[in-house]
Design a protein around this ligand. Structure first.
Ligand code: PBG
Length: 332
């Protein structure tokens, strides 16, 4: 029995947990988890062209943005307290090898350059993957119907290098090839980018919650699925091995993705590693909230805050969320 309790081993009626819930001030004093926009990373979709701000049907409130509009959006988010963006691109052309991923005139690389010019303090993170750039929609190069792990690594490394050359502050490989963190780290270091951190999508599960994103990024696989490289949602111990592997290869930060059906994994990773930990509150999680709110079935603001708080409480330092801008506004 602990003598540190006011009433050792107290139970009702001495113990009343409601005493500290009686006012907003008391509740705030004992709040264990605080949300703060400095932990948000805001994903954005860059497209070709100019003056384009086209809403993504499956993701209300999210847009395909030409580079000029994307800079505006990022500037508003930054002014509202969101320190970082994550860039995805929809290229003009796709081929079997995802060549356009490293095209210096492609939308992502132009966006990186323009963002760093206009908003030097904004943290620009780039998603490194081939699925938006391959005509087959898989995250790596194919050998027949299989995704060829080792042949994909140099292509990912060159893509990450192109992002770093354009001025990206951080690269985030999301392809789930084995060894990609090592390959990217080696290539970046070779070219003098040893200061650029790698945020590894370490425990990325093969999830149906990516559905709206694949519509947004036009990156659905043309045959088969991603289960030969993304993780089985049933596996918790394997997630720890993925995290350990990416850290050994040189990842600076690791991610669990998606967030909501994987909060136990997030907590487990938090308890096992000391590095910064991110969680991706993915497209399907966002769109479900938007859809239910539109139906008038839930209070979007309250539900979103509860979700983001839950992700933080589970152990995330950083949250990648399409709600970043709105949540930052709600928190101000
Ligand atoms: C690219 C990638 C995906 C997401 C982030 N990077 C899609 C996928 O793996 O199919 C999903 C993001 C989201 O759903 O919000 N590989």
């Amino acid at each position: 029995m602990s003598t540190l309790q006011p009433f050792p081993g107290a139970i009702f009626p001495q113990l009343r947990l409601r005493r500290m819930r009686r006012s907003a001030e008391l509740r705030s004093m004992i709040r264990e988890t605080r949300l703060d926009p400095t932990s948000f990373i805001y994903p954005l979709f860059a497209v070709e062209g100019e003056g384009i701000r086209q809403e993504i049907p499956a993701m209300p409130g999210q847009f395909h943005l030409s580079v000029d509009e994307l800079v505006q959006e990022a500037a508003s988010a930054f002014a509202e307290g969101v320190p970082a963006v994550l860039l995805f691109g929809i290229p003009a052309t796709k081929d079997a090898r995802g060549t356009s991923a490293a095209d210096p005139e492609g939308p992502v690389l132009r966006a990186v350059r323009e963002l760093k010019r206009a908003l030097p303090r904004l943290v620009v993170v780039t998603d490194v993957c081939l699925c938006e750039y391959t005509d087959h929609g898989h995250c790596g190069l194919l050998d027949g119907q299989q995704v060829d792990n080792d042949a994909t690594l140099p292509v990912l490394a060159e893509t990450a290098l192109a992002h770093a050359r354009a001025g990206a502050d951080m690269v985030a490989p999301s392809d789930m090839m084995d060894g990609r963190v090592q390959a990217i780290r080696a290539r970046l270091d070779q070219e003098g980018f040893e200061q650029i951190p790698i945020l590894a999508y370490a425990a990325k599960f093969a999830s149906a919650f990516y559905g709206p994103f694949r519509e947004a990024a036009q990156s659905a696989p043309q045959f088969g699925d991603r289960r030969s490289y993304q993780m089985d949602p049933a596996n918790r111990r394997e997630a720890l091995r993925e995290v350990q592997a990416d850290l050994q290869e040189g990842a600076d930060l690791v991610m669990v993705k998606p967030a909501l059906a994987f909060l136990d994994v997030l907590r487990e990773v938090r308890d096992e590693v000391t590095c910064p930990l991110a969680a991706y509150n993915v497209s399907g999680e966002y769109s479900m909230v938007k859809a239910a709110a539109r139906m008038g079935w839930i209070d979007e603001r309250a539900v979103t805050m509860e979700i983001l708080t839950g992700i933080k409480r589970a152990g995330a330092d950083l949250i990648l969320t399409y709600h970043a801008r709105e949540a930052a506004r709600w928190l101000s």
